[in-house]
Design a binder for this molecule. Sequence first.
Ligand code: ADP
Ligand code: ZN
Length: 718
Amino acid sequence: MTIYHNIAVNRPIEQLFSYAHASALAVGTRVVVPFHNTQEVGIVWQSDITPDIDIQKILPIQTVFDKEPPLPPEWIQLIEFAAKYYHYPVGASAFVALPTALRQAEPFRLPEPDAYFTLSDLGRQQALPRYPKQLALWNALFSGSLNKAAARQIHTEAHKYLQKWQELGYLKTTDKPQHVVFQQKINLNREQDTAVKTVLQQQNTFAPFLLWGITGSGKTEVYFEMMAEVIANGGQALFLVPEINLTAQLLERLKRRFPAVETTILHSGSAKMARCQDYFRAMSGQAKIVVGTRLAVFTPIQNLRLIVVDEEHDHSYKQDNELRYNARDLAVWRAKQANCPVILGSATPSLESYQAALNGRYTLLKLTQRAKAQARLPEITLIDVKRQKLDNGLSSNALKLLEENIKNDGLSLVYLNRRGFAPALFCGDCGYSFSCPNCSAKMVYHKYQRHLRCHHCDHKIAVPKSCPDCGNQDLTAIGIGTQRLEETLKKRFQSAHILRIDSDTLSRKDDWQKIRKAIENKEINIIIGTQMLAKGHDFEHLNLVIVVNADGSLYSADMRATEHLFAELMQVAGRAGRAERAGEVLIQTQLPHNPLFTHIQNHDWQSFADDELARRQTFAAPPTVYTAAFRADAVKLQDALLFLQNAVKQFVLPESVVLYGPAPQLMTRLSGRERVQLFLESKNRPVLHAAVTQFAQILEEIQTGDIRYAIDIDPYEC
Ligand code: ADP
Ligand code: ZN
């Protein structure tokens, strides 16, 4: 008998391909099929179909990976939704969502099923071990069952005791994991308690929540408490975080809070096979907590009962190539599919989520106080740097505070979101400056590496000895980068321990572990850091933050720049004064009268958000309208422009959709290509999507040669 199947393959074509097999295969099964003279891995998307092409031409499926469990129907639905919503081919979308090992035309060897240990009847009659860690292990074996990995989370030497106790007949093995959730020791405060109860009341329904809690208000404890309940009831929780290599602290807290609960951590840094095993552990229901960055939103989770999106405003949830999805939005979709609550948490929620809370789509939960009684919000001072002479970017007030803080053994953070030594190198005579040959951007001067580097395409050249235009040898570095701050501060405070942390100094994960220990042991006086440091790090004794330059975004043409700056400043300021010591924050700006700073000084996100929403309303900008961007690029600007212009000519603009452009992008040239874009906007999402589909069809028909294009739904960039 021959059964026909539609197979999704990893090609950017809006199409499934038909293949034959002797029996019906389950949807979601991975297979290998012949494809244009090669072999291609595919996923059975539809089984037992009636082909709409000549069956003589249909080739047989070559290999079936029948030892692997098929991807579940919920996963297929999720991919179909994402592909349709973000206008990306379904096959290619599916493969974006899979771990690398499953994108290859090779079978994956599933790990042996784990053995779980629990106390035998004999074991239950024994005297309790005396040492705390052994006792913890014993208690966990008493009240549940553990595999070796979970046991090791409780006691690093667990294997020794498991072996010993097994030899003594105190243990029995079972293949049924039973997860032990230890009792919380912290007493939640009233706001935290309300938040937890409100969410847990809706445990078995789709219920989206926006948890707005100031930094240090105990959001993480709230997540943990809800997870504990869900896991105790046999469910699984998905916990999304912005960037994993910088969430070591969070992972340690998870481990401490859930010592005996199997947790998988999915991120692009983990080894290929390990990542794939974690994927299957989540899919089989074995791992109870699934932590990961944006890609983890696609993990199949058999018994999904709760989703948490931490720092939901973070732009790293949006992927900006191929399938341009937003993991935060897909998380909400998944919660709906799984009929479970989803919590979007932040100290500075996105305006999208805030608007949804205002119009009742999301339930707003608030944490308005810092959780630790002693911890107070830092005092924020503005320094108007227009009237001041700066020493390499630093005002005298800043230097004075730093000096005092060194004397008092405090920890200071000097924050500047720009790495390198200086953003530009100039000729003092003719004004020549060095631009990247591939991009519309200046090359950044990296003094120690002795090169100029483009931060967009990574093009590097050695620092020239003289101006290529006039031969003058006096080249001046303009502007301030973290390297320059480091040099200045080291000169000034010679006995202080100063540490620069940015992606240039921090390439490996274990570097970070070492650095963190040094900071925690109070071996450091001043940290110089970029945004990668501002995210989610708590150093209890950090009591002074200097923001060197906050103004860049206030001049930006990007609608979202202010929202972004507000979140960034709140986040940096929130680092100060987490514990007993009162914190102090100094912001250097040329625009001290900008209302944004008043809201920052008042720690008043809500007023800021209300102002900003009103402004967006006036300008008919997102989130008060829905937007889709069409971006095209070519070697010649004219070609890219003409391509979009021609499409516009053929396009019938529906009523209630507005079209802007086409026009060159803000950064027109990138990696040697000229980039243009146009926007479609509407207050009505379905109408917009119909228009996007229509426009996309035109583009597909008229695309030729060198032109590349992409569709970006709910874009961030402008
Ligand atoms: P957030 O995630 O909102 O920044 P955290 O959950 O990290 O806040 O809490 C900040 C600090 O306060 C942590 O050290 C945490 O252990 C502590 N904390 C949280 N909730 C409480 C509570 N109810 N009682 C005492 N300490 C708490
Ligand atoms: Zn470049």
